[in-house]
Every structure is written in structure tokens, then in C-alpha cells.
Write a protein that binds this ligand. Structure first.
Ligand code: B12
Length: 219
């Protein structure tokens, strides 16, 4: 099978909510040496975008979103062991959370996995995390980076609330803040004073690596 065919099978498998197709395509793709990042982003994540469109059009309901998420988790379990580690472990700590009111965690989990593979220590606070809890974790763990995820236009405003709370606690200058999730734009990131809006997990992780590698952390 060609690379395109593996990616198409992964995407179609997610769209059709088909555990069997996704697990088989993921297994065969990894055995054939397909880049796991491509399998995630161009295969499964691309399929999830179509699932979202179908939900918006009323073709899929909440139950289908739930199943699609479960199918993606199965696919990720196959791909995860193939993600290549970095030769430079000990890159520092990252506190990661999906903000309050938001239960979407597939994107956050991918970012967490890729950061760990790169050598970061990630304190994953989970989903629906109140601002106070994020601030408490920053105080406790003193991370170099705070990562936040939001998939709802209603919840992404919480990211701004966290940044304001970091400022009030005199912690803003001590951390880089990276945000992500489909509704989050660069303009929004600028408006709330985040350091970076990630286009996708891989790009975001590269940014985190660049930050900690840089002698001047606040570039
Ligand atoms: C799966 C899904 C669900 C699942 C989530 C399961 C789970 N465990 O996560 C369930 C069924 C729970 C769900 C519920 C709801 N959902 Co929903 N959901 C989706 C769907 C289809 C896919 C999201 C997803 O997981 N994509 C795959 C992941 C891997 O992609 P991702 O999250 O974007 O992450 C990537 C990047 O953005 C980035 N990234 C993400 N976060 C971060 C953070 C950092 C720091 C970095 C560096 C990078 C990064 O990295 C990832 C990989 O590249 C989207 C559609 C869409 N287009 O997004 C709707 C969608 C987000 N949901 C939507 C809605 C409306 C809901 C509900 C309100 C539905 C309802 N009526 O109840 C509820 C809300 C529940 C809640 N309180 O959060 C809307 C949101 C509309 C809006 N703009 O506000 C969407 C867009 C669907 C739509 N088109 O209408 N949903």
C-alpha cells in the first residue's frame, strides 16, 4: 500500500467510526515505516475534522462524536510506541490542561505524548481544569511552559483568564504560554497575551523545544 492509501484508510476509518479499519491501517502503516506524526495528523486528525463537519451539518450526533473519539484513542494506542524519542531528555517541565468547561482531550493528549517523547516532564492536569488549579500547579511545579487546550469558542476565553491570573500571581514572566485547539487563532492568542498559538501538536512541540533550547527564553 502507498503512504496516501494508509493515510486515507486512517481518515476514512475515523469518519466511518470503524475501530477495525483504523487499528488495521495503523498497525500496517507502522509496520511499513509510515511516519507516526503523519498517521496522526494527516490520517486520524484529518478524519476528526470531517466528523466535526458532519456533526455541524446534523449528519452526525453526539453519540457519533463519542465513538469517533474512542476510535481515535485505539488508533493512537497503536501509533504511540512508534513516536521517536529525542536524544536530549530533561528539557524541563510543562503544565498542560484543557481549560474549565471543556471536555475535549484528544488534542491535549497528543501534545502531552509528543512532549514526553521529546524529553519534557509533563504535568497533565486533565480536562475541565479551573484557573485556580492551573495557577496552583504552576506554583507547585514551576514549569518552563504552560500549555492550554480549548475546542469550544465558549471555553477558549478561559485561557485569557489564566494568563491574567498568572500576572496577578507574578508568575507570567516565569513561564511561556502556548495555546491550541481548533477555534484558537493567532489573533486570539495575541489578544490574550499568549506567547504562541500552535497550528497543530507537532508545530507546538517544536516551538516548546526551541524555547527551552534558546538561551533567551522570552523570544
Ligand atoms: C471528538 C469531539 C467531541 C468529543 C470529545 C472526546 C474527547 N475525549 O476529547 C465529545 C463527544 C466529548 C464532544 C463533546 C462536545 N462537543 Co465536540 N467535537 C469533537 C470533534 C469532532 C473532534 C475534536 C478532536 O478531538 N479532534 C482531534 C484532535 C486531535 O484535534 P484538536 O483537539 O484540534 O487538537 C489538535 C490541534 O488543535 C492541537 N492542539 C489542541 N490543543 C492544543 C494545545 C496545545 C498547547 C498545543 C501545542 C496544541 C494543541 O494539537 C492537536 C493535534 O494536532 C470536534 C470537531 C473539530 N473540528 O474539532 C467537535 C467540536 C469541537 N465539538 C463541538 C461541540 C459543540 C461539542 C458539544 C458542546 C456538543 C454537545 N451538544 O454537547 C460538547 C461539549 C462538551 C464539553 N463541555 O467540552 C463543536 C465546537 C463548536 C465551537 N466552536 O464551540 C465542534 C467544533 C463540532 C462542530 N463542528 O460543531 N466533542
Amino acid at each position: 500500500m502507498t503512504l496516501e492509501k494508509y493515510l486515507a484508510s486512517l481518515k476514512e476509518g475515523i469518519i466511518n467510526l470503524d475501530f477495525g479499519v483504523v487499528v488495521k491501517a495503523a498497525t500496517e502503516a507502522m509496520a511499513a515505516g509510515v511516519d507516526p506524526n503523519a498517521a496522526i495528523n494527516e490520517g486520524m486528525v484529518a478524519g476528526m475534522a470531517v466528523v466535526g463537519d458532519k456533526f455541524e451539518k446534523g449528519e452526525y450526533f453526539l453519540s457519533e462524536l463519542v465513538v469517533a473519539a474512542e476510535v481515535m484513542k485505539e488508533g493512537m494506542a497503536v501509533v504511540k510506541p512508534y513516536l521517536k524519542g529525542s536524544s536530549a531528555p530533561g528539557l524541563g517541565k510543562v503544565v498542560m490542561a484543557t481549560v474549565e468547561g471543556d471536555h475535549h482531550d484528544l488534542g491535549k493528549n497528543i501534545v502531552t505524548t509528543l512532549l514526553r517523547v521529546q524529553g519534557f516532564e509533563v504535568v497533565d492536569l486533565g480536562i475541565d481544569v479551573p484557573t485556580d488549579k492551573i495557577i496552583g500547579a504552576v506554583k507547585e511545579h514551576q514549569p518552563a511552559i504552560v500549555g492550554m487546550s480549548a475546542l469550544l469558542t465558549l471555553t477558549m476565553v478561559k485561557m485569557g483568564e489564566v494568563i491574567e491570573a498568572l500576572k496577578s500571581a507574578s508568575l507570567r514572566e516565569k513561564v511561556k504560554v502556548i495555546i491550541g485547539g481548533t477555534p484558537v487563532t493567532t489573533e486570539f492568542a495575541d489578544s490574550i497575551g499568549a506567547d504562541h498559538r500552535a497550528a497543530n501538536a507537532l508545530e507546538g512541540v517544536k516551538k516548546c523545544v526551541a524555547w527551552v533550547a534558546s538561551p533567551e527564553r522570552r523570544q
